[in-house]
Ligand binder design. Structure first.
Ligand SMILES: NC(=O)c1ccc[n+]([C@@H]2O[C@H](COP(=O)([O-])OP(=O)(O)OC[C@H]3O[C@@H](n4cnc5c(N)ncnc54)[C@H](O)[C@@H]3O)[C@@H](O)[C@H]2O)c1
Length: 413
């Protein structure tokens, strides 16, 4: 029986999905350190973690049964991906299960900052009836500048237009402009034209310090600024100065250059106590809906990889979308060197295997060839494939009932 270990309070829907597919599932509330993890992984095929469990090379080399790791989060920094690939362990994450949650928070903050809600709220809590329209605006008709038009930026674009905002965006890659959004050629143009500027770039190293004194100076006087992407992207000291100088009308910050490790820890920042500045503890993607969506998405990917060999959206293995074809399947992860496919097929030919379909994909140093064979009985081919020098991991998958509407038999070679 396939065994799964789910740590760090992964959403219960993941347990349900895996159990319904015949897995034996053990859950533990906290993270484990390296030694504890190695011990706990004895005989385990699938590991589920969130952000606190470190899956190191030592963990991977000490866990020969482990076939896949699911990070029930967006990031995968906690896993040694190169080591996972070299041991043939598939890694899956949830790249867009919390996109909508981040977008809704960003929208709420654009409105709150533009109405100076935090200032009115604070005054009233302090016992002052500060009834005024001064500095308060509708967002309708104002311009939102989005830096980074990926999953989050592009969805924000759609919802902001629905509120009547004009949307400009700047991205380093070619992107389809949704609705009436307008792409601008330079960051400067976006900064000069926007009433609200929001950053949604990814965490590539080159984005460190992307936004500093020069960029704040280019923004329109009174414009508001949001960062819900990565802490290291923004110079927070420069942000503080621009708020105190009154050049910016407000800011919302969800991510910080250095963040406390756990809930309840103390927090300090140059941004504390500033007027019309909303600070949130990296909760952009933290909603109950997102947690459930992440649980469902990652558990589904783990189940599919174990049952069918499908590696779609794996972050480290070559991606193959595979359905259930009603026949047996041999999934061969190998080092991507010339001649492996010919050698694999030579073995099948020698053992009289009748190949029904075959697919190959490569990714960097890893190759993945999946072969569907009607009668996967013991003829010795798998022993030979296992013994090939280039083999990283070989799996013989049982016949599964054919998908009624899913992809047809593996084909393509
Ligand atoms: N606050 C939260 O809780 C939370 C939750 C989810 C994601 N995030 C973060 O939000 C960010 C965006 O997530 P996503 O899923 O939309 O990512 P994504 O990879 O889909 O999109 C990122 C976009 O930014 C663009 N980009 C990268 N560098 C750029 C630059 N210097 N200038 C202009 N464009 C640039 C990329 O081309 C891409 O289109 C990530 O940094 C992610 O870690 C935060």
């Amino acid at each position: 029986m396939l065994r799964a270990l789910l740590l760090e309070n992964v959403h219960p829907v993941a347990t349900e999905i895996l159990r319904a597919s015949g897995f034996e599932v053990e859950t533990r509330p906290g993270a484990l350190d390296e030694a504890e993890l190695i011990e706990a992984l004895d005989g385990v095929h699938v590991l589920g973690i969130r952000s606190k469990t470190m899956v190191t090379r030592k963990v991977l080399e000490s866990s020969p049964h482990l076939l896949a790791v699911g990070t029930f989060s967006i990031g995968t920094n906690q896993i040694d991906l190169a080591a996972a690939s070299s041991y043939g362990v598939g890694v899956f994450n949830a790249p867009y299960s919390n996109t909508r949650s981040v977008v809704e928070l960003a929208l709420a903050e654009v409105i709150a900052l533009t109405r100076r809600l935090t200032v009115r709220d604070k005054a009233l809590h302090d016992g002052v009836w500060d009834k005024t329209a001064e500095g308060a605006h509708e967002v309708r008709g104002r311009t939102l500048g989005i830096i980074g038009y990926g999953n989050i930026g592009s969805q924000l674009s759609v919802l902001a237009e629905n509120l009547g905002m004009r949307v400009l965006f700047y991205d380093v890659s070619e992107k389809l402009a949704l609705g009436n959004a307008q792409r601008v050629a330079t960051l400067d143009e976006l900064l000069e034209r926007s009433d609200a500027v929001t950053i949604h770039v990814d965490g590539r190293a080159g984005n460190a310090g992307l936004f500093g004194a020069e960029e704040f100076a280019r923004m329109k006087p009174g414009a508001v600024f949001l960062n819900l992407s990565r802490g290291f992207v923004v110079d927070v000291e420069a942000l503080r100065e621009n708020i105190l100088a009154g050049h910016l009308g407000g800011a919302a910050v969800d991510v910080f250059p250095s963040e406390p490790k756990k809930r309840g820890d103390s927090f300090d920042s140059e941004l504390r106590g500033l007027p019309n500045v909303i600070l949130t503890p990296h909760v952009g993607g933290s909603t109950e809906e997102a947690q459930e969506a992440i649980g469902e998405f990652v558990a589904g990917k783990l189940r599919d990889y174990l049952q069918t060999g499908s590696t779609m959206l794996s972050v480290n293995l070559p991606n193959l979308q595979l359905g259930r074809t009603g026949v047996g399947r041999i999934a061969h992860l190998h080092r991507n060197v010339p001649g492996v496919l010919a050698a694999v097929n030579q073995v099948f030919a020698e053992h009289g295997a009748n190949i029904e379909g075959q697919m190959l994909a490569t990714r960097g140093e890893i190759g993945y060839v999946v072969t569907d064979i009607a009668d996967v009985t013991e003829r010795g081919a798998s022993v030979k494939l296992q013994a090939m020098e280039s083999t990283i991991r070989l799996r013989v998958l049982d016949e599964l009932p054919r998908d009624e509407y899913g992809p047809g038999p593996a084909a393509g070679l």
